[in-house]
Design a protein around this ligand. Structure first.
Ligand SMILES: [Zn+2]
Length: 65
């Protein structure tokens, strides 16, 4: 399971840390209450998925994790 570091960072199962601004995360959380949202990380590969107001998954580009 990916880990959430309050308020606006997420750690993938592979160890990659996705950092976002708190402002961005607040907007995504609100938007995700209506429909599922995806946020691309700085590496352009990982994607943090939000649904119903919270993070539900981190998509990882590495296949064997
Ligand atoms: Zn990863």
């Amino acid at each position: 399971m990916p880990r959430e570091i309050y308020p606006s960072s997420y750690i993938c199962d592979c160890g990659y840390q996705c950092d976002f601004s708190e402002n961005t995360i607040n907007k995504i959380r609100i938007a995700s209450m209506k429909r599922k949202q995806g946020l691309i990380a700085d590496d352009g590969l990982h994607e943090v998925i939000f649904d119903r107001g919270g993070m539900i998954a981190v998509y990882c580009p590495r296949e064997n994790t």
